[in-house]
Design a protein around this ligand. Sequence first.
Ligand code: COI
Length: 356
Amino acid sequence: MDIKITKTTNPKAKPTDVSKLGFGQFFSDHMFLMDYDEGVGWHDPRIEPYHNFELDPACVIFHYAQEIFEGMKAYKTAEGKIQLFRPDCNARRMQDSADRLCMPKVPVEDFIQAAKALVQVDRDWVPDHEGTSLYIRPFMFATDVTLGVHASKKYTFCIITGPVGAYYAEGINPVKIYVEDDYIRAAPGLTGFTKCGGNYAASIKAGDLAEKQGYDQVLWLDGVNKKYVEEVGSMNIMFKIDGEIYTAPCEGTVLPGVTRRSILELCKDWGVKVHEEHVAIADIMDAAKNGKLEEVFGCGTAAVISPVKELKWKGDIAKIGDGNIGPFTQKLYDTLTGIQWGKLPDSKGWTTGIDE
Ligand code: COI
């Protein structure tokens, strides 16, 4: 791609207090844009100063939510190198989301080139304090002006970025999770495996109710039986029971997380037995009662690795461990972030420099 770059003449002030970065509060100076028209394909790849969109109110995105997105991060190493973590996995997952939402695919190499070029332009926005990174949010939406329920013939692919700290206010401290027994997030044949905005829109009410009860997020059960654990609002979830790891399989209703996949690969390397299978919430609660539920943690790009200290299901509360991050969760966190921040050797070739 030949990306046209227009730099801002009015750079924004960068946040100075890294302890207050939070997640998704600050945005860097530039954005990547590219348009799609049926019969033409993707065209006009460009980097421009961050700005508002001007869209017709009848655009398909506003009415039928034909929208997908991704989440990645850029990390600055102690040597000052800026690197991405497995962007090819995000590019391919976005293609799978596009296919399900009947949207055009962005070629993997163009997706990676666009993300790298944008981070190169905004390289001064990549924070270098422990636990911080530049969050990268690629997204695509339908721009056809029509109220007919059909696939749009026009789309915009955009990437914005911004410096972030921890996703949860708790940071690496354990969170409390409410097991949702009424609403569902996904069912076979629907869009659970995609990163489409609609999945998240439908999840907000349950998340809001959980927060009002003092819980950080919702753990979703399968949409058919409301029996098997699937995933948490913004991350996949894993359970360590009797020394072995259990997590829901990616069979269409669970997001195939890049962090999830990386953790499972690490577990296999370490000889830790992994079960990608349907586990009943009742069995998780029993394991907690019998002292076999050793650790629970969520994992995702935004959340990184997030230990869980409490689960609430149908009024029953399971306390996990002593309420602190468990040793296995800590080891995973240290290994994964060690590779991402360049503190540990990347023997798997998961990272790629933005200038490579
Ligand atoms: C990510 O982990 O990058 C996500 O997209 C989760 C997001 C919904 C906060």
